[in-house]
Design a protein around this ligand. Sequence first.
Ligand SMILES: *[C@@H]1O[C@H](CO)[C@@H](O)[C@H](O)[C@H]1NC(C)=O
Ligand SMILES: *[C@@H]1O[C@H](CO)[C@@H](O)[C@H](O)[C@H]1NC(C)=O
Length: 277
Amino acid sequence: MFRAMTVPVGLLLALLGYIMALDPVLEEAWEGWKSLYAKEYPAEAEVIRREVWEKNLRRIEQHNWEESQGQHTFRLGMNHYGDLMDEEFNQLLNGFSPVQHEEPALTFQASAAQKTPAEVDWRVRGYVTPVKNQGHCGSCWAFSATGALEGLVFNWTGKLAVLSEQNLIDCSRKLGNNGCQGGYMTRAFQYVHDNGGMNSEHVYPYQATDTSSCRYNPGDRAANCSTVWLVAQGSEAALEQAVATVGPVSVAVDASSFFFHFYKSGINSCSWRGAVR
Ligand SMILES: *[C@@H]1O[C@H](CO)[C@@H](O)[C@H](O)[C@H]1NC(C)=O
Ligand SMILES: *[C@@H]1O[C@H](CO)[C@@H](O)[C@H](O)[C@H]1NC(C)=O
């Protein structure tokens, strides 16, 4: 009998470990989640994805229980990233690497005389387009850039245009951006400036890939960029004033934590930093 065994013992044990860890009570929820997000797996991958999903679900439920006990100020929720491990999420989606700033840019100066209002919501003022989905592509930098530009275009023109991340991905390589492997918002703005405009999502749709060549159409310009202002790094007061007085501001945050991957509602003040993991 032992002679006939061809599956390596280590692999078999690993697979058994996964299979044994699956919770049969979650069968229906798993099937429902898969159909909601149109997930399909080859048979051998499904057991592993289910295991990852169950682990994420348990962590989300644990966090929300703690929130109900007053230990956190924000809630988490299962979403379409439920079958990804933290490391996979970060590799696939978090495409911003901070660099020393090399392009000359103007610095936004906060004015001590100006008092910021207690609350500003640019969504209700018409500056913000619907939520987008970057897919499995580290193009967050492009989405961040369009988000800020969409708000400013609205301020200038009174029209809300949905701008094209694919335009930035395909056309700003020469400035050092690297498509789905990451990039910089400042270089995206620089591209729009140098190029004399950019297209809308409508004429240049999102593909979540970075293998196409640039198809910018100057006859269909949806936005311009004349000047980029930088908020001094680390200055919360200046950032607050820029957000309050200018409009949506493009920022990069460290979104590598589980708490960002499954954020649902409430205020995440990052006070959990150091307390967890
Ligand atoms: C654009 O910004 C200026 C200055 O903050 C403001 O006075 C104006 O009302 C804004 N326009 C729109 C359409 O929101
Ligand atoms: C962008 O700038 C060009 C040239 O100055 C102008 O013709 C065009 O109307 C501008 N487009 C937008 C959307 O502001």
